[in-house]
Design a protein around this ligand. Sequence first.
Ligand code: PAF
Length: 293
Amino acid sequence: METVTTLKSLRRSVDELRHGGTNLALVPTMGALHEGHLTLVREAKKHADKVAVSIFVNPTQFGPGEDLDAYPRQLAQDQDKLLSEGTDILWAPDVAVMYPRGFASHISVSGISAGLCGAERPGHFDGVATVVCKLFNQVMPDVALFGEKDWQQLAVIRQMARDLDLVRPCAEAIIGVPTVREADGLAMSSRNAYLSQEDRASAATLPAAMREAIAAIKGGARVSDALAQLEAALRDARFHTIDYATLSDAATLKPLEKLGDRPARLLVAARIGSTRLIDNMALCLMRSESKDQ
Ligand code: PAF
């Protein structure tokens, strides 16, 4: 595996890899890699001959007072993990390479970015869309893989790729991979490392309460009642702030008051201690949806 940190060396490595028609997958990450990221790498190998992983803690997607400084950075450990997964290129630029002096452009995907995490974290998805577009242009992968844990992020990136007629990758080559969970159901996240022992034990209430809400809605309960019960369960488990708990159309993310015939998603963001956790689960398992529950 080659670790590259400048655009020039990235281009050379990608050109060498591509020689002879080899196709390439990209797994964009912010590092502090866990089993969820490594699953993306394994999945990437099913879609392409070679795999590039990017590690870049993107400052523009963190708001004032968020955890940019505290975000775990552990490049050497990440390199070992990627090496043992057979990654071909690690793209690890620093901030000056990604945003050179005078950088002045950004991408803003309206509509789909507005609610949910976009409402709680103003500017977050502009930062994500801009850096992901840059990563796509830098690596020019045939396919790119993202975790479904960040369901809204995936929707924003697909919308951007459609709207801007991206070619490498095109919107159809942006692949969502089902959320990887700990044994007790908690979705894997680099931010789980912030949880105290006590908060970590309570955090498993989030997926459990979501499953209960899904069962209740599928059993005919009113969506508003099921969501109220979900919020009560979270508060009992010491979640002090619930940013949102909503049933939404899986594609448009518009809130739903009842289940219809289109795929729906239960999406939650809630805070315990100083940690903000997000999770989402499918309601109607249509053929096009993943079975991550
Ligand atoms: O999901 C992440 O880790 C980040 O938002 C991403 C897609 C790598 C962009 O910085």
